[in-house]
Design a protein around this ligand. Structure first.
Ligand SMILES: Cc1cc2nc3c(=O)[nH]c(=O)nc-3n(C[C@H](O)[C@H](O)[C@H](O)COP(=O)(O)O)c2cc1C
Length: 195
């Protein structure tokens, strides 16, 4: 039986020039493309949204950037997020985007950005903790806050300033293998859903 190639959205929770998490996201795209998946890489920089403010929402509704991001999310059955760690938690750029998207009320029969698809997480940090504490919080936000399914496998890259080789690949063999494991499980799970 021919298995459909799942569409997988990949983005980083950083728009910083030279972002380590953007590099991790790019590596995930490459791993997914070499396996049986159709990855889409996006930058949150192309989905600008103001800091969430309930008064702003009441006056102007959900911003266009959040609606366009939600449309990308519902167009894919797998989503990989590479998140930096800020003060042991999720950075505001990413949390703000999630919060705005969570304000979109899906009508009857409309797809949800959270349910009906599967998430996988990664992090990269110049520090030794590799951003893992950010992922603990991000997992909680997605699973407990939004009812999303997040696969247990995740990848956290420590010492990120030196972790990526000249070709962009992960220099450490075990981390490179971990990336493959996360990609494979994400594809397997995403293939269960229909976009
Ligand atoms: C406000 C702030 C708080 C930070 N807190 C942490 C932290 O708790 N743990 C950590 O490993 N790195 C922390 N960092 C460093 C980030 O991991 C580092 O800036 C990283 O490069 C951000 O990801 P990026 O390269 O994808 O932009 C912090 C950085 C900022 C700006």
């Amino acid at each position: 039986m021919i298995r459909p190639r799942p569409r997988i959205l990949v983005f980083a929770g950083s728009i910083r020039t030279g972002s380590h998490n953007a590099r991790l996201a790019a590596q995930m795209v490459q791993a997914l493309a070499l396996k049986d998946a159709e990855p889409t890489l996006l930058s949150l920089g192309d989905y600008a949204m103001p800091l969430y403010d309930a008064d702003l929402e009441a006056a102007s509704g959900v911003p266009d950037g959040a609606r366009r991001l939600a449309a990308q999310m519902t167009g894919h059955t797998g989503i990989f997020i590479a998140s930096p760690e800020y003060n042991a938690s999720v950075p505001p750029l990413l949390k703000n985007a999630i919060d705005w998207v969570s304000r979109i009320r899906a009508g009857a029969g409309e797809p949800s950005p959270w349910r009906g698809r599967v998430y996988a997480l990664g992090s990269a940090s110049p520090g030794a903790f590799a951003g893992i504490r950010s992922l603990m919080h991000l997992r909680q936000v997605l699973e407990l806050g939004l009812g999303a399914t997040v696969i247990p496998e995740q990848i956290s890259v420590p010492s990120a300033a030196t972790a990526f080789a000249g070709d962009g690949g992960l220099a450490d063999e075990r981390l490179a293998a971990r990336l493959e494991t996360v990609a494979s499980r994400l594809i397997d799970e995403a293939a269960r859903y229909v976009a």
